[in-house]
Design a binder for this molecule. Sequence first.
Ligand SMILES: C[S@@+](CC[C@H](N)C(=O)[O-])C[C@H]1O[C@@H](n2cnc3c(N)ncnc32)[C@H](O)[C@@H]1O
Length: 297
Amino acid sequence: MGGCCSRRYFEDEDGTIKYRLIYGRRYHNLSNSMYFVANDEEEAFRLSRYHEAIKEIWGGAFNSPVEEKLRQGAHVIDIGCGTGIWILDMAQQYPNSKFVGIDISPIQPTEGLPPNVKFVQYNVLDILPYEDSSFDLVHEKFMTVAFTEIQWKEQVIPEMIRLTRPGGWIEILEADPGTSEGTATKRLIKAVNDFMVSKGSNLTIGKEIPRILETTNAFSEIKNQHKIVNLGKKHGKSAEESLKFYVRGLSSVKGFIATSMNIMPEHYDALVETVPIEAEKYSTYFNQYRICAHKKN
Ligand SMILES: C[S@@+](CC[C@H](N)C(=O)[O-])C[C@H]1O[C@@H](n2cnc3c(N)ncnc32)[C@H](O)[C@@H]1O
Protein backbone atom coordinates (compact mmCIF):
# COMPACT_ATOMS: atom_id res chain seq x y z
CA MET A 1 0.00 0.00 0.00
CA GLY A 2 1.83 3.05 -1.16
CA GLY A 3 0.93 6.31 0.53
CA CYS A 4 1.38 9.87 -0.58
CA CYS A 5 3.11 12.29 1.75
CA SER A 6 -0.14 13.04 3.59
CA ARG A 7 -0.74 9.37 4.49
CA ARG A 8 1.02 7.30 7.13
CA TYR A 9 0.40 3.80 8.34
CA PHE A 10 0.78 2.42 11.88
CA GLU A 11 2.26 -1.05 12.16
CA ASP A 12 1.28 -3.47 14.88
CA GLU A 13 3.90 -5.69 16.61
CA ASP A 14 3.12 -8.51 14.17
CA GLY A 15 3.60 -6.19 11.19
CA THR A 16 -0.13 -5.73 10.50
CA ILE A 17 -1.00 -2.22 9.45
CA LYS A 18 -3.61 -1.21 11.98
CA TYR A 19 -4.32 2.43 11.28
CA ARG A 20 -3.92 5.01 8.53
CA LEU A 21 -3.12 8.63 9.22
CA ILE A 22 -4.64 10.89 6.58
CA TYR A 23 -4.39 14.67 6.83
CA GLY A 24 -3.60 14.37 10.53
CA ARG A 25 -6.61 12.17 11.37
CA ARG A 26 -6.36 8.48 12.28
CA TYR A 27 -8.52 5.84 10.56
CA HIS A 28 -8.85 2.06 10.90
CA ASN A 29 -7.24 -0.03 8.19
CA LEU A 30 -9.62 -2.98 8.03
CA SER A 31 -10.36 -4.31 4.58
CA ASN A 32 -13.84 -5.54 5.58
CA SER A 33 -15.25 -2.20 6.76
CA MET A 34 -16.18 0.87 4.71
CA TYR A 35 -16.37 3.03 7.88
CA PHE A 36 -14.63 6.28 7.00
CA VAL A 37 -14.85 8.32 10.22
CA ALA A 38 -11.67 8.88 12.26
CA ASN A 39 -10.97 6.76 15.34
CA ASP A 40 -8.60 9.12 17.12
CA GLU A 41 -8.79 11.12 20.36
CA GLU A 42 -10.61 13.99 18.68
CA GLU A 43 -13.32 11.65 17.44
CA ALA A 44 -13.55 9.94 20.85
CA PHE A 45 -14.09 13.36 22.42
CA ARG A 46 -16.84 14.15 19.86
CA LEU A 47 -18.69 10.90 20.61
CA SER A 48 -18.46 11.00 24.41
CA ARG A 49 -19.34 14.66 24.59
CA TYR A 50 -22.64 14.14 22.72
CA HIS A 51 -23.99 11.48 25.11
CA GLU A 52 -25.67 13.87 27.57
CA ALA A 53 -27.24 15.93 24.75
CA ILE A 54 -28.73 12.76 23.24
CA LYS A 55 -30.29 11.91 26.59
CA GLU A 56 -31.76 15.41 26.75
CA ILE A 57 -33.09 15.28 23.18
CA TRP A 58 -34.67 11.86 23.65
CA GLY A 59 -35.56 12.06 27.34
CA GLY A 60 -33.20 9.23 28.31
CA ALA A 61 -30.53 6.81 27.14
CA PHE A 62 -33.14 4.38 25.72
CA ASN A 63 -36.83 4.27 24.84
CA SER A 64 -37.60 0.53 24.79
CA PRO A 65 -39.80 -0.63 27.69
CA VAL A 66 -37.00 -2.59 29.37
CA GLU A 67 -36.49 -0.59 32.55
CA GLU A 68 -37.86 -3.31 34.85
CA LYS A 69 -35.84 -6.04 33.17
CA LEU A 70 -32.70 -3.87 33.42
CA ARG A 71 -33.31 -3.43 37.16
CA GLN A 72 -33.74 -7.16 37.67
CA GLY A 73 -30.82 -8.19 35.48
CA ALA A 74 -30.66 -8.11 31.68
CA HIS A 75 -28.07 -8.94 29.05
CA VAL A 76 -27.37 -5.96 26.80
CA ILE A 77 -25.12 -5.52 23.79
CA ASP A 78 -24.16 -2.23 22.13
CA ILE A 79 -23.09 -2.70 18.52
CA GLY A 80 -20.45 -0.13 17.45
CA CYS A 81 -20.15 1.14 21.02
CA GLY A 82 -17.53 3.81 20.21
CA THR A 83 -15.94 5.09 23.42
CA GLY A 84 -18.35 2.95 25.46
CA ILE A 85 -20.01 5.99 27.01
CA TRP A 86 -23.55 4.59 26.63
CA ILE A 87 -22.55 1.23 28.13
CA LEU A 88 -20.73 2.81 31.08
CA ASP A 89 -23.67 5.06 31.88
CA MET A 90 -26.17 2.17 31.62
CA ALA A 91 -23.95 -0.18 33.64
CA GLN A 92 -23.81 2.30 36.47
CA GLN A 93 -27.58 2.79 36.49
CA TYR A 94 -28.35 -0.92 36.26
CA PRO A 95 -25.72 -2.83 38.29
CA ASN A 96 -27.70 -6.11 38.10
CA SER A 97 -27.46 -6.16 34.31
CA LYS A 98 -24.53 -7.25 32.16
CA PHE A 99 -23.28 -5.09 29.29
CA VAL A 100 -21.05 -5.85 26.36
CA GLY A 101 -19.85 -3.29 23.83
CA ILE A 102 -18.38 -4.35 20.52
CA ASP A 103 -16.52 -2.13 18.08
CA ILE A 104 -13.90 -2.45 15.33
CA SER A 105 -11.78 0.24 17.00
CA PRO A 106 -10.25 -0.07 20.47
CA ILE A 107 -11.30 3.37 21.70
CA GLN A 108 -12.98 2.15 24.90
CA PRO A 109 -11.36 2.36 28.35
CA THR A 110 -9.41 -0.74 29.34
CA GLU A 111 -8.89 -0.08 33.04
CA GLY A 112 -11.17 0.48 36.02
CA LEU A 113 -14.19 -1.02 34.26
CA PRO A 114 -17.24 -1.91 36.38
CA PRO A 115 -17.60 -5.68 36.85
CA ASN A 116 -20.75 -5.76 34.68
CA VAL A 117 -19.03 -4.30 31.58
CA LYS A 118 -17.01 -5.90 28.83
CA PHE A 119 -15.62 -4.30 25.67
CA VAL A 120 -14.53 -6.47 22.77
CA GLN A 121 -13.10 -5.70 19.36
CA TYR A 122 -15.39 -7.34 16.81
CA ASN A 123 -16.74 -6.47 13.42
CA VAL A 124 -20.53 -6.89 13.32
CA LEU A 125 -20.17 -7.90 9.66
CA ASP A 126 -18.59 -11.11 10.91
CA ILE A 127 -20.98 -13.38 12.75
CA LEU A 128 -20.50 -12.34 16.39
CA PRO A 129 -19.39 -15.10 18.79
CA TYR A 130 -22.61 -15.10 20.82
CA GLU A 131 -25.34 -17.73 20.83
CA ASP A 132 -28.70 -16.96 19.20
CA SER A 133 -31.10 -15.12 21.55
CA SER A 134 -28.32 -14.08 23.97
CA PHE A 135 -29.51 -10.54 24.68
CA ASP A 136 -32.60 -8.84 26.12
CA LEU A 137 -31.64 -5.54 24.48
CA VAL A 138 -29.55 -5.07 21.33
CA HIS A 139 -28.63 -1.41 20.97
CA GLU A 140 -27.00 0.43 18.07
CA LYS A 141 -26.44 4.15 17.44
CA PHE A 142 -24.93 6.35 14.73
CA MET A 143 -23.67 3.74 12.29
CA THR A 144 -25.26 5.10 9.09
CA VAL A 145 -21.87 5.57 7.45
CA ALA A 146 -20.56 2.16 8.52
CA PHE A 147 -22.46 -0.09 6.11
CA THR A 148 -23.74 -0.41 2.58
CA GLU A 149 -27.51 -0.65 2.17
CA ILE A 150 -27.14 -4.34 1.36
CA GLN A 151 -25.07 -4.93 4.51
CA TRP A 152 -27.78 -3.26 6.61
CA LYS A 153 -30.43 -5.50 5.08
CA GLU A 154 -28.56 -8.78 4.75
CA GLN A 155 -26.04 -8.74 7.59
CA VAL A 156 -26.45 -6.10 10.30
CA ILE A 157 -30.19 -6.28 10.92
CA PRO A 158 -30.33 -10.11 10.63
CA GLU A 159 -27.42 -10.34 13.10
CA MET A 160 -29.18 -8.01 15.54
CA ILE A 161 -32.33 -10.11 15.26
CA ARG A 162 -30.37 -13.33 15.79
CA LEU A 163 -28.80 -11.95 18.98
CA THR A 164 -32.12 -10.77 20.47
CA ARG A 165 -34.09 -13.24 22.59
CA PRO A 166 -37.76 -13.77 21.74
CA GLY A 167 -39.62 -11.00 23.59
CA GLY A 168 -36.45 -8.87 23.68
CA TRP A 169 -35.90 -5.47 22.07
CA ILE A 170 -33.74 -3.97 19.35
CA GLU A 171 -33.13 -0.24 19.65
CA ILE A 172 -31.55 1.80 16.87
CA LEU A 173 -30.81 5.54 16.73
CA GLU A 174 -29.72 7.01 13.41
CA ALA A 175 -29.42 10.49 11.95
CA ASP A 176 -29.28 12.20 8.58
CA PRO A 177 -28.85 15.79 7.40
CA GLY A 178 -32.23 17.51 7.15
CA THR A 179 -31.41 20.84 5.59
CA SER A 180 -28.02 21.77 4.21
CA GLU A 181 -28.45 25.39 3.18
CA GLY A 182 -25.37 27.53 2.59
CA THR A 183 -22.65 27.05 0.01
CA ALA A 184 -20.12 25.30 2.26
CA THR A 185 -22.62 23.05 4.07
CA LYS A 186 -24.29 22.07 0.81
CA ARG A 187 -20.94 21.24 -0.79
CA LEU A 188 -19.77 19.13 2.14
CA ILE A 189 -23.02 17.21 2.57
CA LYS A 190 -23.17 16.56 -1.17
CA ALA A 191 -19.57 15.27 -1.10
CA VAL A 192 -20.35 12.92 1.82
CA ASN A 193 -23.50 11.73 0.06
CA ASP A 194 -21.69 11.18 -3.27
CA PHE A 195 -18.89 9.27 -1.50
CA MET A 196 -21.42 7.05 0.25
CA VAL A 197 -23.43 6.42 -2.91
CA SER A 198 -20.19 5.41 -4.65
CA LYS A 199 -19.76 2.72 -1.95
CA GLY A 200 -23.37 1.48 -2.15
CA SER A 201 -24.26 3.21 1.07
CA ASN A 202 -27.26 5.39 1.95
CA LEU A 203 -26.91 8.56 4.04
CA THR A 204 -30.64 8.49 4.86
CA ILE A 205 -30.89 4.81 5.84
CA GLY A 206 -32.23 5.87 9.27
CA LYS A 207 -35.67 6.64 7.91
CA GLU A 208 -35.74 3.35 5.96
CA ILE A 209 -34.94 1.15 8.96
CA PRO A 210 -38.53 0.68 10.24
CA ARG A 211 -39.55 -0.57 6.79
CA ILE A 212 -36.51 -2.89 6.62
CA LEU A 213 -37.38 -4.27 10.07
CA GLU A 214 -41.01 -4.81 9.01
CA THR A 215 -39.98 -6.91 6.02
CA THR A 216 -38.20 -9.39 8.32
CA ASN A 217 -41.49 -10.34 9.98
CA ALA A 218 -39.50 -10.86 13.20
CA PHE A 219 -41.27 -8.23 15.31
CA SER A 220 -44.63 -7.92 17.04
CA GLU A 221 -44.24 -4.14 17.38
CA ILE A 222 -42.03 -1.48 15.81
CA LYS A 223 -42.05 2.00 17.33
CA ASN A 224 -40.49 4.73 15.23
CA GLN A 225 -39.88 8.22 16.54
CA HIS A 226 -38.49 11.08 14.47
CA LYS A 227 -37.01 14.28 15.86
CA ILE A 228 -35.89 17.38 14.05
CA VAL A 229 -32.75 18.41 15.89
CA ASN A 230 -31.94 22.08 15.52
CA LEU A 231 -28.31 23.11 15.35
CA GLY A 232 -26.87 26.13 17.12
CA LYS A 233 -26.96 27.77 20.52
CA LYS A 234 -29.97 29.98 19.83
CA HIS A 235 -32.02 26.74 20.15
CA GLY A 236 -30.58 25.79 23.58
CA LYS A 237 -27.87 23.61 25.09
CA SER A 238 -28.57 20.31 23.29
CA ALA A 239 -28.81 22.18 19.95
CA GLU A 240 -25.47 23.82 20.64
CA GLU A 241 -23.96 20.40 21.36
CA SER A 242 -25.67 18.98 18.25
CA LEU A 243 -24.00 21.64 16.10
CA LYS A 244 -20.59 20.76 17.59
CA PHE A 245 -21.23 17.06 16.97
CA TYR A 246 -22.25 17.78 13.35
CA VAL A 247 -19.28 20.07 12.59
CA ARG A 248 -16.75 17.80 14.31
CA GLY A 249 -18.25 14.90 12.37
CA LEU A 250 -17.46 16.68 9.11
CA SER A 251 -13.89 17.16 10.36
CA SER A 252 -13.66 13.49 11.24
CA VAL A 253 -14.30 12.43 7.63
CA LYS A 254 -11.75 14.87 6.19
CA GLY A 255 -9.24 12.17 5.21
CA PHE A 256 -11.66 10.56 2.77
CA ILE A 257 -13.94 13.42 1.80
CA ALA A 258 -11.27 16.07 1.09
CA THR A 259 -9.59 13.44 -1.09
CA SER A 260 -12.82 12.60 -2.92
CA MET A 261 -13.54 16.34 -3.43
CA ASN A 262 -10.01 16.72 -4.75
CA ILE A 263 -9.33 19.73 -2.53
CA MET A 264 -6.48 20.52 -0.15
CA PRO A 265 -7.07 19.76 3.56
CA GLU A 266 -6.77 23.47 4.38
CA HIS A 267 -9.56 24.20 1.91
CA TYR A 268 -11.67 21.45 3.48
CA ASP A 269 -11.05 22.92 6.97
CA ALA A 270 -12.15 26.34 5.73
CA LEU A 271 -15.43 24.86 4.42
CA VAL A 272 -16.04 23.11 7.76
CA GLU A 273 -15.36 26.34 9.67
CA THR A 274 -18.09 28.03 7.65
CA VAL A 275 -20.74 25.42 8.60
CA PRO A 276 -21.59 26.89 12.05
CA ILE A 277 -22.03 30.34 10.52
CA GLU A 278 -24.35 28.93 7.85
CA ALA A 279 -26.21 26.84 10.45
CA GLU A 280 -27.08 29.97 12.45
CA LYS A 281 -28.04 31.86 9.30
CA TYR A 282 -30.18 29.16 7.67
CA SER A 283 -31.47 27.35 10.81
CA THR A 284 -29.87 24.07 9.75
CA TYR A 285 -31.23 20.95 11.43
CA PHE A 286 -30.65 17.25 11.24
CA ASN A 287 -33.04 14.36 11.58
CA GLN A 288 -32.76 11.71 14.22
CA TYR A 289 -34.76 8.48 14.27
CA ARG A 290 -35.12 6.20 17.28
CA ILE A 291 -36.60 2.83 16.45
CA CYS A 292 -37.59 0.30 19.11
CA ALA A 293 -38.59 -3.13 17.84
CA HIS A 294 -40.08 -5.92 19.96
CA LYS A 295 -39.02 -9.36 18.80
CA LYS A 296 -41.87 -11.87 18.56
CA ASN A 297 -42.14 -14.43 21.36
C1 LIG B 1 -20.24 7.29 14.91
S1 LIG B 1 -19.57 6.08 15.94
C2 LIG B 1 -20.87 5.87 17.14
C3 LIG B 1 -20.38 5.26 18.41
C4 LIG B 1 -21.43 5.09 19.49
N1 LIG B 1 -22.49 4.18 19.05
C5 LIG B 1 -22.01 6.42 19.88
O1 LIG B 1 -23.16 6.68 19.54
O2 LIG B 1 -21.29 7.20 20.52
C6 LIG B 1 -19.70 4.55 15.03
C7 LIG B 1 -18.88 3.44 15.68
O3 LIG B 1 -19.12 2.24 14.94
C8 LIG B 1 -17.90 1.52 14.87
N2 LIG B 1 -17.98 0.61 13.70
C9 LIG B 1 -17.98 0.94 12.40
N3 LIG B 1 -18.10 -0.16 11.64
C10 LIG B 1 -18.20 -1.21 12.49
C11 LIG B 1 -18.36 -2.61 12.30
N4 LIG B 1 -18.43 -3.14 11.09
N5 LIG B 1 -18.45 -3.39 13.40
C12 LIG B 1 -18.36 -2.86 14.65
N6 LIG B 1 -18.20 -1.54 14.89
C13 LIG B 1 -18.13 -0.72 13.82
C14 LIG B 1 -16.85 2.61 14.71
O4 LIG B 1 -15.56 2.16 15.03
C15 LIG B 1 -17.37 3.68 15.65
O5 LIG B 1 -16.85 3.55 16.94
